[in-house]
Design a protein around this ligand. Structure first.
Ligand code: CMP
Length: 143
């Protein structure tokens, strides 16, 4: 679904932290790979245990990651999710649900791998995000 004009799509991509610092040409290349998606509250974007096929960046709105019904984290504008199962080809590690209407930028698995290969700065940010999640989950209280 085309939600915005080409230039608005470029602005949207250039405005998220993951893609900050990229030049116009790089943003245009990424825009050609990215689909925009708008979903309603309650929509489930990732199902724990299922195969993963897409990577998501939140342009607007808020999602919640849960595992076995337990809250893991809220994800807001600029956050990304769905990277783990594309990286290791394992099942989705969590369920991610829209807790408000979401405006998303979506990349399929092949485009995501290409994005990381072509843009080391983006790859570093994805790795940093993974490291932060690991650190947070290791410091989370165990029950
Ligand atoms: P993936 O495993 O592909 O699908 C579920 C996604 O939820 C996962 O990628 C991460 O992007 C995200 N996710 C998993 N665990 C956490 C967590 N502890 N905090 C925030 N996001 C998470």
């Amino acid at each position: 679904m085309l939600l915005t004009s080409k230039s608005a799509k470029h602005d949207l991509i250039g405005g998220v932290a993951l893609f900050a610092g990229l030049n116009q040409k790089e943003v245009a290349r990424i825009a050609a790979l990215v689909e925009e998606l708008q979903v309603d509250t309650g929509e489930v974007l990732c199902h724990e245990g299922s195969p993963g096929r897409e990577f998501f960046v939140i342009a607007a709105g808020r999602a919640e990651a849960t595992l076995r019904g337990q809250h893991l984290a809220y994800l807001g504008p600029g956050a990304f999710f769905g990277e783990m199962s594309l990286l290791d080809r394992g099942p989705r590690s969590a369920t991610v649900t829209a807790v408000t209407p979401l405006h998303l930028l979506v990349l399929d698995a092949r485009s995501f791998v290409g994005l990381l290969a072509d843009h080391p700065a983006v790859a570093r940010k994805v790795m940093r995000g993974l490291a932060e999640r690991l650190r947070e989950s290791e410091s989370a209280p165990t029950h």
